[in-house]
Design a protein around this ligand. Structure first.
Ligand SMILES: [Zn+2]
Ligand SMILES: [Zn+2]
Length: 629
């Protein structure tokens, strides 16, 4: 039922009138009467008799074009609702796009054949060729793929999709944003030929989205590529799911129950018996957990492939050391970076300068040993709220006064407040006569023409250069490394690798960070798997996701605590907080062992439904909240 109230998170029985007997089938949309309102609903099952003993209302009408919810997606939707303590109706709203009558009247196309792809590009990876062969044989292999620098990842994903299609099965590929999707779209057309795939994204508008949905549903195309809104697409005979750059927060849905595309696709792989690629230049702790539990095989670049593809990566101390570098007076660029840039420009190649986004949370770290400052109570990240004020925990709200570093015992903290990212003008003055262009979230450059120029970009929006960049300079890295966020290091490596991946193999990447840091070592050796293994070990020790599962409860003051207090004790849920969100709202975190995650979700869903029936104020539940997972 398309009804948002949590207490209606249940199924309802309706009678099928004789005239609709042939039309009412599982997966079709219907109109029904519910508490004197006409509502739309989805038929989940058709039975000979009702389970409900009371008076049963008839179905009023069947909404064309017939069944839109496939059995596979129906099962998936229920699993995701359970996983995220959500409402089945909410998940179905994510899965079923808005209907466009006009599109239904369009003549159906015919399915075009897909030829088997070449294997040699995947040969560059451990287990890569074997993966593609297994896929072509209709099997369901699963890999955590770490791409080598400069990899045409979109083409590799397209080849994997072609391998699945050649075996007579479908593929679903999900990427973080529209730009990635456009790149994947072009690669799919190049590898498969035209009209063998569709794309699904919010940005295309409801009509094209519904058209793509119907083509997939009818099996006219076997391959669907999209942003996270495509994660429930009804791909027929699903044989492969793939997610690219799964550390990108864009993959988390902004709509209840806020599922992560990676989790949805992993669940789909299990339900459909499909192959799976969790890929990126970097690797998340979640992907590493798949490897360590034996669910997926690690597929990093082979040694020779890595050597051939990797630019030189040079670390040059952190920003504090740079301040003392006399040659860095102009635009504060260290001399090594200067040299790399000059050399690139002389060779008529572009230079990429990655600068931090403004407005990061002021973070705190130890001045002596530089480890991230964390809360002694809950191990959450600390932040500063003002000068000469003690640090405060972002999770539980505890004021850490006096503060002592958990690693070295020092009481001296180092604060990093971002807000004054260097400007393009500042950079331009350092390179007289060279064109300087900017790319940022609000004005993004997709690609640049060949030739010498300087590109100043914030992370995640770096334009692609035709022959690769001659130099990639990662500056102000301290801002990234000390973000008051659990995943700060993992996220730093991810955005650095994504930038260095754009460098030509003959180029030089300069990272203004201490070469002794594990995260910098991982970048130099291009070993995201090793770093993810370390990260996972740390998180296991500290009780962080994905080893532990978190839920965020956000609601009116006092309500989240009340809900948490009513949870059964045997769940072992640890309450962290609450902290104020605004004047009237607060947020409480709950932490349980991973294996108790399902029980926590079920309990929270039940508690929410009970509160709703009792007309208590709503508390929003987020399992794996975006800012923590
Ligand atoms: Zn310390
Ligand atoms: Zn705390």
């Amino acid at each position: 039922m398309d009804h948002p109230l949590p207490q209606l998170n249940q199924l309802f029985d309706y009678r099928i009138p004789v005239e609709l007997l042939d039309d009412v089938v599982p997966g079709c949309r219907v109109t029904v009467r519910f508490s004197n309102r006409k509502l739309k609903g989805t038929v989940l099952a058709v039975r000979d008799r009702a389970e409900f003993a009371g008076k049963i209302l008839p179905i009023l009408d069947v909404v064309p074009p017939g069944p839109v919810l496939t059995p596979e997606v129906a099962a998936l939707a229920q699993r995701i609702a359970d996983r995220y303590a959500g409402n089945l109706a909410d998940v179905l709203r994510l899965a079923l796009p808005e209907r466009k009558v006009r599109v239904e009247k369009e003549p159906p196309g015919e399915r075009l054949p897909v030829a088997a792809p070449p294997l040699d590009h995947w040969d560059r990876y451990n287990a890569g060729e074997a993966f593609l062969r297994a896929l072509r044989a209709g099997k369901a292999p699963r890999i955590a793929w770490s791409a080598v620098p400069g990899e045409d990842w979109a083409a590799r994903l397209a080849e994997a999709a072609a391998a699945a299609a050649a075996a007579g099965r479908g593929a679903l590929l999900v990427v973080p944003d529209q730009y990635d999707l456009e790149r994947l779209d072009r690669a799919l057309t190049a590898v498969l030929g035209p009209d063998r795939h569709v794309t699904i994204a919010n940005s295309t508008g409801p009509t094209p989205r519904y058209r793509s949905f119907l083509k997939a549903l009818r099996g006219e195309v076997r391959i669907v590529a999209g942003t996270q809104v495509a994660m429930f697409a009804p791909v027929a005979d699903l044989g492969l799911v793939a997610v690219w750059d799964d550390g990108d927060k864009n993959l988390v849905s902004l709509h209840a129950p806020y599922p992560h595309a990676r989790e949805v696709l992993l669940t789909r792989a299990e339900l459909a018996g499909a192959a799976c690629i969790v890929g990126g230049f970097a690797r998340t702790a979640q992907a590493q957990l798949l490897v360590e539990t034996g669910w997926a095989v690690s597929a990093p670049g082979r040694r020779e492939a890595l050597r051939a593809a990797s630019p030189r990566v040079v670390p040059i101390g952190d920003d504090a050391d740079l301040a003392a570098d006399p040659s860095s007076s102009t635009a504060r660029l260290p001399s090594v970076a200067w040299e790399a840039a000059r050399k690139a420009l002389a060779a008529d190649l572009p230079v990429l300068l990655q600068v931090p986004r403004r407005g990061y949370v002021p973070a705190v770290s130890c001045q002596r040993c530089r480890s991230r400052a964390m809360c002694p109570e809950c191990t959450g990240p600390l932040r500063l709220t003002g000068p000469r004020r003690p640090p405060v925990c972002t999770w539980c709200g505890r004021v850490d006064d006096p503060h002592r570093c958990a690693e070295c015992g020092s009481n001296r903290i180092r604060a990093v407040v971002i807000g004054a990212a260097r400007t393009a003008e500042e950079i331009a003055s350092a390179f007289p006569g060279v064109e300087v262009v900017e790319s940022n979230a609000s004005e993004r450059l997709d690609a640049i023409p060949a030739g010498a120029r300087v590109v100043v970009s914030t992370p995640g929006v770096e334009p692609v250069a035709p022959q690769g960049y001659g130099a990639v300079l990662l500056v102000d890295t301290w801002a990234q490394l000390t973000r008051a966020e659990l995943t700060a290091s993992e996220e730093a490596l991810r955005i650095w690798m994504n930038a260095v991946a754009l460098c030509a193999p003959t180029g030089t990447a300069v990272v203004t960070a201490d070469g002794g840091l594990p995260v910098v070592q991982a970048l130099i050796r291009w070993d995201a798997a090793w770093f993810a293994g370390q990260e996972l070990e740390d998180r296991r020790e500290l009780g962080f996701p994905p080893v532990m599962r978190f839920a965020a409860l956000t609601g009116p003051i006092g309500e989240a605590e009340k809900l948490a207090a009513d949870l059964p004790g045997d769940l072992g849920a640890e309450a962290i907080g609450p902290i104020p969100v605004d004047e009237h709202t607060e947020r409480l975190l709950l932490r349980v062992r991973r294996r108790d995650g399902a029980a926590l979700a079920a309990t929270l869903a039940k508690a929410t439904a009970e509160r709703s029936s009792a007309k208590a104020e709503q508390v929003r539940i987020q399992i794996d909240p975006r800012e923590i997972a």
